[in-house]
Design a protein around this ligand. Structure first.
Ligand code: NAD
Length: 435
């Protein structure tokens, strides 16, 4: 294992309107929002330097044997961005596009997300540069186990707790948990979250992110003095986040008029029967061909006449090119980074209320925290308890973000960053500098 040294001190950036560029890169956009929020908080320059850098970056080689006996070597990363508030928390992705810079930015993102919902975690992320489609099941298991043992010093319920991310799932988490436990000579369930429920996973985890979106959307509607019943909703993405958000919003009485996936969108002005759409997708895998609704493109979906828009698929879908045409009064960012910084400005000028990703989709990491708590206590909660506790955290966090935004006259996004930075910075101040 080699620990590469973090980059040089970045210059302290004094943000102004023109800093909100970099439309193509969601991570630069995230850090520019961080910079702006830090400036609005008048963050101590020393603390700014600390919070602008990752604590630890680990780069490892992952040699493994192919089924045909040949040896291949992949590269893996694990980055702990900040652990001042508690163990690092963040997913592991297996993807050809994984880079150290991207993993570092995603680890920073996790730091702010955990702080916004005030759970006692820092932020981390990891990845292996590989194409999982190029691996058999046995090869995937060997890569997972070798990567786990290569980063084992960083892992642990008290230090760094991975979760699923792009191209990893509960089966991969089970292998990580088993490998870690074999090294420790006893079973350690709390080392990962997103595990199968039968081996220490939490009830309600699968639905948690979409449920969180529903909860904060209801609160924002109340704030905008819009009713829940009959409110028109469109959702981009019909995977884990989008399908659950659509289903739960429909159950609350909202009129979900359109949903989409990578095959395109479906639209019915009177409202879709989401349970029926889910049945269709279970059978046909994709939305394309769903009867009883009009086919639309993903681009058309984003600018439909609606009250609520939930982008829950990809980053960078609301940009300076289409933000001016967005008709929604409220956007709930189920996906990470769906709105570019330039689009933010346009939406703000139009008076669109944006529930930012680091709040809107934090339901997932919140129930991951519950999973870790349950594993450590060895006592498991029923689903109602999970959902009630999730609702309390999401509701309180929404109010705190909105309060921060109102107090400083900034957007909810900047308010969320200010809240997160304030919380992380306060712990640094209280702990002091170990010299
Ligand atoms: P998923 O893979 O389950 O679903 C993704 C959906 O997006 C699918 O329906 C897919 O068809 C659709 N999609 C893909 N390409 C598309 C395109 N070009 N246009 C429109 N739709 C497209 O993923 P997910 O877990 O639902 O995650 C969605 C987003 O939410 C990601 O940004 C992810 O990082 C974020 N997120 C997920 C969680 C979680 O708990 N799953 C938590 C926080 C954030």
């Amino acid at each position: 294992m080699t620990a590469t040294s973090p980059q040089q001190n970045p210059p302290i950036i004094r943000p102004d309107k023109d800093r909100f560029l970099g439309e193509e890169n969601p991570f630069e956009a995230m850090m520019s929002r961080f910079d702006y929020a830090a400036q609005r908080l008048s963050l101590d320059p020393g603390l700014y330097k600390v919070l602008r850098r990752p604590e630890k970056q680990v780069t490892v080689s992952v040699p493994f044997q192919r089924d045909n006996g040949e040896t291949d070597v992949y590269t893996g990363y694990r980055v702990l961005y900040n652990t001042s508030r508690g163990p690092a928390k963040g997913g592991i992705r297996f993807d050809l596009n994984v880079t150290l810079d991207e993993v570092t930015a995603l680890a920073a993102w996790m730091t702010w997300k955990c702080a916004v919902v005030n759970i006692p975690f820092g932020g981390s992320k990891g990845g292996v540069v590989c194409d999982p489609a190029d691996l058999s099941d046995r090869e995937l298991e060997r890569v997972t186990r070798r990567y786990t043992s290569a980063i084992i010093e960083t892992l642990g319920p008290d230090s760094d707790v991975p979760a699923p991310d792009v191209n990893t799932n509960e089966r991969v988490m089970a292998w990580i948990m088993d490998t870690y436990s074999m090294h420790k000579r006893h079973t350690v369930t709390a080392v990962v979250t997103g595990k199968p429920v039968q081996m220490g996973g939490s009830l309600g985890r699968r639905e948690a992110t979409g449920r969180g979106c529903m909860i904060v959307t209801k609160q924002a509607l109340q704030r905008l003095k819009l009713p829940v019943q009959g409110t028109r909703v469109v959702v981009q993405g019909f995977g884990n986040v989008g399908s659950v958000a659509a289903q739960l919003m429909a159950r609350e009485g909202m009129r979900v008029m359109a949903v989409s996936d990578k095959s395109g969108g479906i639209y019915n002005e009177k409202g879709l029967d989401i349970d029926d759409v889910l049945r269709y997708v279970r059978e046909h895998r994709l939305l394309a061909g769903y009867p009883g609704a009009q086919a639309i493109t993903n681009d058309e979906l984003l600018v439909l006449d609606t009250d609520v828009l939930v982008p829950a698929a990809l980053e960078n879908v609301i940009t300076s090119h289409n933000a001016g045409n967005v008709k929604a009064k409220l956007i709930c960012e189920g996906a990470n980074g769906p709105t570019t910084a330039n689009a933010d400005r346009i939406l703000d000028e139009k008076g669109v209320f944006v529930i930012p990703d680091i709040l809107a989709n934090a339901g997932g990491v919140t129930v991951s925290y519950f999973e870790w708590v349950q594993d450590r206590g060895g006592y498991f909660w029923d689903e109602d308890t999970v959902n009630q506790r999730l609702e309390r955290i999401m509701t309180e966090s929404f109010d705190q973000v909105a309060g921060m935004a109102a107090k400083h006259g900034v957007t909810p996004r900047i308010g969320a960053y200010m809240l997160a930075i304030e919380r992380v910075a306060l712990v640094h101040k209280l702990r002091g500098m170990y010299a």
